[in-house]
Design a protein around this ligand. Structure first.
Ligand SMILES: Cc1ncc(COP(=O)(O)O)c(C=O)c1O
Length: 398
């Protein structure tokens, strides 16, 4: 084959036409590490830009690997489309704005929230003129009274709250919110589509920190918003806010999701075993796990999750309830690692008062039941006897 009529320098940049064009179908989605897409004719590019033809022009708008990951998450949630982001926080912000939250509007949020979401609401969105009213989401009279004031654009809740695993009556909250014209955004990170699909309850926008169970291996930071009726708005917000997911991380998400149901089954099974073990342990004063009949929301969790399980996170209080005791326990663990995340295959431990919920004032933490002695464990999928042995050894140090 004759050399192409270019200098070596140019040929290194412009590959031959057949390079990178394949007719076969790979079983694993290809990674498209490209910021833009080239067209032979400008007219074709413009048609795609104008939305008259489907295609790709620029990876901040859409990227094939990211779109493949979005399609899988959407399908798990029972939708056709989803919007992926570079983090769960970016998905939460776009979800809220996407359903109509903005200056002069009100968000009604459950008091029991992930600390980062709380900070977003009370610091950043408040600074932009969005008021947030916090309610006890299991007090439906309080929920209705807030909605009845008429200014609520969106209700924001978590299917299973972090870290106390409260399970609220989502279908009732959706019904009430819609009655008063509010949309519902739900953070489904803890429960995941393995336990329930909130769109079936009428929720308007499901958001995930895909960093957690969906990715599952602690190697990505990612978020997803699934909002069938608001998809175009959320998609446009991603374009303009720019919190995109990289094609590499989208591919890791795709790979992680292949084992998501198997992992979840094991997370749930191991967490149930650990929760029962802790509940029976003399050094543990309280265990929060919705699979235990002692949990205040056990019956509701059975009803809403239909027996699929109760998730992989267990929270508990130790001995004298002080930070020193909690830290001594955490430092006594060998197999289980102290890390500020959850949902990985490894068992992880965290001290909410000084990590996930540090942005809350101490009295606020106390009010929602997050004491200094509270420990949260994300139970992994290791052999459960090894997890129990590690916990037992660490408990002996407190
Ligand atoms: C329930 C919940 N939602 C959202 C987030 C934020 O997700 P990310 O860290 O991917 O932005 C977290 C992070 O820990 C979380 O626990």
């Amino acid at each position: 084959m004759p050399a192409r009529p270019y200098t070596l320098t140019t040929r290194a940049i412009h590959p031959p036409e057949h390079a990178g064009r394949f007719s076969h179908q790979p079983t694993s989605a290809p990674i498209y590490p490209t910021s833009s897409f080239a067209y032979d004719r400008i007219e074709d590019a413009v048609r795609v830009f104008e939305g008259k033809e489907t295609g790709y022009v620029y990876s901040r708008y859409a990227n094939p690997t990211v779109v493949a990951a979005e399609a899988v998450v959407a399908d798990l949630e029972g939708a056709e489309t989803a919007v992926a982001f570079g983090s769960g926080m970016a998905a939460i912000l776009a979800g809220l704005l996407g359903v109509g939250v903005g200056a002069g509007r009100t968000v009604m949020a459950s008091r029991d929230l992930y600390g980062g979401t709380y900070a977003l609401l009370v610091n950043d969105l408040a600074g932009l003129g969005v008021e947030t009213v916090f309610v006890e989401a299991d007090h439906l009279d309080q929920v209705e009274a807030t909605l009845a004031k008429g200014a609520v654009a969106a209700t924001y809740i978590e299917t299973m709250s972090n870290p106390l695993l409260r399970v609220i009556d989502v279908p009732r909250i959706v019904e009430l919110s819609h009655r008063y014209g509010a949309r519902v955004v739900i953070d489904h990170t803890f429960a995941t589509p393995y336990l329930a699909r909130p769109l079936e309850w009428g929720v308007d926008c499901v958001v995930h920190s895909g960093t957690k169970y969906l990715g599952g291996h602690g190697d990505i930071t990612c978020g997803v918003a699934v909002a069938p009726a608001f998809h175009d708005r959320v998609d446009k917000l991603r374009r303009n806010l720019g919190g995109v997911l990289s094609p590499f991380e989208a591919w890791l998400l795709l790979r992680g999701i292949k084992t998501f149901p198997l992992r979840m089954r094991q997370h749930c099974e191991n967490a149930m075993t650990v929760a029962r073990f802790l509940e029976a342990h003399p050094k543990v004063t309280r265990v929060d796990y919705p699979g235990l009949s002692s949990h205040p929301d056990h019956d509701r969790a059975v009803r809403l999750f239909g027996g699929a399980g109760f998730g992989g996170v267990v929270a508990f209080d130790l001995g004298d309830g002080t930070m020193e005791t909690a830290w001594r326990f955490i430092n006594g663990l060998r197999l289980c690692q102290a890390a500020t995340t959850l949902g990985d295959v490894e068992t992880l431990v965290l001290h909410p008062a000084t990590s996930s919920h540090r942005s809350l004032a101490p009295e606020q933490r106390q009010r929602i039941g997050i004491g200094d002695g509270l420990v949260r464990m994300s139970i992994g999928i290791e052999g459960v006897e090894d997890i129990l042995a590690d916990i037992e050894a660490a408990l002996q140090t407190v």
